[in-house]
Design a protein around this ligand. Structure first.
Ligand code: CAA
Length: 258
């Protein structure tokens, strides 16, 4: 859309694609990019015609981190009063399922952004890491928390303390990524997975996302109770009637996303 300097946006069917586009800086996440990407994602989130939001970068880099040159001169009051990186929380709060399609570097803020997405499809060229320690800082967009939940303490400490990167295979073994695909097929496979998600009942997909995310916020008993309440609620949707009718009639469901 007009006015975007740092991203490209496109729609294909019920899928929206946001492509990070600062090739000169390996898609480093500056404030402009944060504002543009978050605003675009929120716009798609509000659009009932969008059932999945894909976030991707280039073959070389999903994103090589927050923009170091932009951050270099910050002092504490700039960072605190400016709520530096705070807008990314709005990306994590989207209700529509999100899918990261990651090739090349996903470092620092790039890794953190990929981890905010619900499904993470990695090209075999992908490399993940939290190298902030090498700059004398620490992760600031949720990396110390989401990486630890995704891969456990042992690997999270290893990555955050040494700054080393994981290749796609290690990241998949560790539970960070959903699937690995050949780099040449990344876009096609990511769009196919997104189309599959977007074709599902939108309220069911949103509720499934909300329920899975609740697992990271609460106890098992509360989480199961939360799930049960939502499970009961799905019987209020037209899509439940359609999905189960289609099954018994041996045909494909045609969801109305209500
Ligand atoms: N911020 C700003 N610019 C960056 C950048 C970043 N995070 N990463 C790369 N660039 C720029 C480089 O400065 C370079 O620009 P110039 O041509 O003007 O010099 C351009 O992108 C290409 O990068 P390289 O020449 O370095 O490419 P390479 O292939 O030799 O190396 C790399 C690739 C290993 C990813 C290397 O660029 C690198 O180490 N980047 C920084 C990675 C990093 O430390 N990320 C964490 C940032 S801090 C953070 O993210 C905090 C947080 O939690 C929010």
């Amino acid at each position: 859309a007009a006015g975007h300097e740092t991203i490209l946006v496109e729609r294909t069917g019920r899928t929206a694609v946001i492509t990070l586009n600062r090739p000169e800086a390996l898609n480093a996440l500056n404030l402009r990019l944060m504002e543009e990407a978050v605003a675009a994602a929120e716009g798609f989130d509000r659009d009932p015609g969008v059932g999945c939001i894909v976030l991707t970068g280039s073959d070389r880099a999903f994103a090589a981190g927050a923009d170091i040159k932009e951050m270099q001169g910050l002092d504490y009051m700039d960072a605190y009063l400016g709520d530096w990186f705070g807008a990314w929380d709005r990306f994590a709060a989207l209700r529509t399922p999100t899918l990261a399609a990651v090739a090349g570097h996903a470092l620092g803020g790039g890794c953190e952004l990929a981890m905010m997405c619900d499904v993470l499809i990695a090209a075999d060229s992908a490399r993940f890491g939290q190298p902030e320690i090498k700059l004398g800082v620490i992760p600031g967009i949720g990396g110390s928390q989401r990486l630890t939940r995704a891969v456990g303490k042992a690997k999270a400490m290893d990555l955050c303390l040494t700054g080393r990167t994981m290749d796609a295979a290690e990241a998949e073994r560790a539970g960070l990524v959903s699937r690995i695909v050949p780099a040449a097929d990344l876009r096609e496979q990511a769009l196919a997975a997104a189309a599959e998600i977007a074709a599902m009942s939108a309220p069911a997909a949103m509720m499934a996302k909300e329920a899975v995310n609740r697992a990271f916020e609460t106890t098992l008993a509360e989480g199961v109770r939360f799930e049960r309440r939502i499970f009961h609620a799905v019987f209020a949707t037209a899509d439940q009637k359609e999905g189960m009718a289609a099954f018994t009639e041996k045909r494909r469901p045609s969801f109305v996303h209500r």
